[in-house]
Design a protein around this ligand. Sequence first.
Ligand SMILES: *Cc1c(COP(=O)(O)O)cnc(C)c1O
Length: 371
Amino acid sequence: MDEKIFVTKSSMPPYEEFIEAIKPLWDSHWITNMGEFHKRLEDELKKYLKLDNISLFVNGHMALEMVMKAMNFPEGGEVITTPFTFISTTHAIVRNGLEPVFCDIKLSDYTIDENKIEALITEKTVAIVPVHVYGNLCNVEAIEKIALKYNLKVIYDAAHAFGMEYDGKGVGTFGDASIFSFHATKVFNTIEGGAVAFRDKNLYENLLRLKNFGIENEEVVSLVGANAKLNEVSAIMGLCNLKHITTEIEKRKVCYEKYVEILKEIQGINIIEKLDYVKNNYGYFPILIDEKIYGKTRDDLYGFFRANNIYARKYFYPLTPDQLCFKNKYINSSIENARYVSDRILTLPLYADLKSQDIERICLYIKSFKG
Ligand SMILES: *Cc1c(COP(=O)(O)O)cnc(C)c1O
């Protein structure tokens, strides 16, 4: 049996480099609570992501939950979002006491269908929470227009979109805020970690407080916060990984292009074209399997891969409103495109060190399995 290939493999800096970088912590003994490296990582990320304002968090989920909290939405407010996402997006809305309203996605790029948003707006709508999916950015301009017209906040889940740019602008500059995930499985990691990028610089103080129990000063707690701080070891991991990010993304790009070159020949395996005005990060390689043409279903191919030691992922499946904790609670509009995509999507292994011959092996299985 051939070696196992997993869907991803976390990027890590050279061991010696990391050990050297964490040494100062043994002098200072300042290992969490917004220390020197927390500050330094915020500064470096502002430059790399082309942002004015950023606040680090313990993970992407808490970043989203806390920035929504910072916006002080009225209890029971409605939030228009996508069902085709990781469960975190929906959890963050519900855990803020808000009501998710699911809007269908586009078959062309799997992001929220901006033309279906307006029909879902009511007096109770307070925000739109769209998700940039894989390397596909939402229609940020159309969403901005709708938000202005109805006076809604826009918070992007940009967990997949680290370092991406739209027309030369950092992806985190769109909307009122965007969150990034620095989880071990993402393009850039701090082991666990995340950040909020935001437009109104006055949010910084509140975000700082919210991630630290709402503490304003030694004797005053002014907000009902949580503990969501990024520790110093993670911040250093981030600083080290950031030094290598350009090479990492370059290597991913090579893998990505190799997949495209082989798979574009196979009928029934659909790949979304990259757009010229988008700077990509090559985070994921999703394929959509059209069983009518390919002759086998996504689940068939997933099973065949597993039998051959290849661990692809049904990502995102099931849709978040279909999960046990949300089932039959929130769906009130048609989400048939999301269902179509979720039933047919499969993300293939992709990481910087994925070997060329492994990509060939994966593609050969796809070719030979065709019905
Ligand atoms: C990874 C991810 C998150 C959550 O990020 P964590 O850092 O793991 O908390 C949220 N949304 C999407 C779309 C993600 O892929």
